[in-house]
Design a binder for this molecule. Structure first.
Ligand code: HEM
Length: 204
């Protein structure tokens, strides 16, 4: 049984037990839902963790501040989400004419939302290109906004609030094993941004 089938069956089983399966028509539909949850839930979080580790290793003062005060973890996770914005762009099609920022978006027009650009907006964030884990101006859009806002955002937060402190305490001497310029990043056109691999070293 592969992961997709397993999660579909789990979901189906849970839904049947909770009596909430009436709207679902087929196993295929449930498999699709499970696949979306796995794709949306794994690549995003895995890349935020890897790219976030890279960002911290490239910003030793920020890394030192986080190591010195683990109480900064929640704020650091929000800042990494803003700064990295691995889920960058999504599309919307206007169902009716919409006025936005002095522009008319005609019904039927498809627009691209750029969450990563919004998260680096200098009118919203002070020094937006700086990673500052003590940043006070929160309210990023890394999980989107509105009715399609990320379904798994609280799970993602929990994963990162556990993983970053665990990584830093388990590997106190963690460092890049290659110069930062040699770390290979995913192309900017990738659906989810991240590192292709992150070579690291530590003292045993
Ligand atoms: C760092 C981790 C994550 C990031 C940055 C992220 C980002 C996003 C963003 C920006 C959207 C909005 C898409 C839009 O505007 O159309 C979204 C939607 C979604 N996310 Fe996440 N996500 C993360 C983790 C997760 C996890 C852990 C799950 C599930 C286990 C998940 C499931 C979903 C689903 C199902 C949607 C679609 C919601 C809808 O269209 O109504 N995500 N995510």
């Amino acid at each position: 049984m592969n992961g997709c089938t397993a999660s579909a069956l789990l979901f189906h089983h849970a839904a049947r037990r909770s009596g909430r399966v009436r709207g679902c028509r087929s196993d295929e539909e449930l498999r699709g839902i499970s696949l979306i949850l796995l794709a949306a839930g794994f690549d995003t979080t895995a890349n935020t963790l890897a790219l976030g580790t890279f960002a911290l290793l490239r910003n030793p003062a920020q890394l030192a501040a986080l190591r010195a005060d683990p109480a900064l973890t929640d704020r650091a996770v929000e800042e990494l989400l803003r700064y990295l914005s691995v889920a960058k762009t999504f599309m919307r099609t206007a169902l009716e004419d919409v006025e936005l920022g002095g522009q008319t978006i005609k019904a039927g027009t498809t627009v691209i939302l750029s969450y990563n650009t919004a998260n680096r907006d200098p009118e919203r964030f002070t020094d937006p290109h700086v990673l500052d884990i003590q940043r006070q101006d929160g309210g990023h859009l890394a999980f989107g906004h509105g009715i399609h806002q990320c379904l798994g955002q609280q799970l993602a937060r929990v994963e990162m609030r556990v993983a970053f402190p665990a990584l830093l305490s388990r590997f106190p001497t963690l460092r890049l094993a290659v110069p930062a310029e040699e770390v290979v990043l995913r192309p900017e056109t990738a659906d989810i941004y991240g590192v292709k691999s992150l070579p690291v070293a530590w003292d045993a």
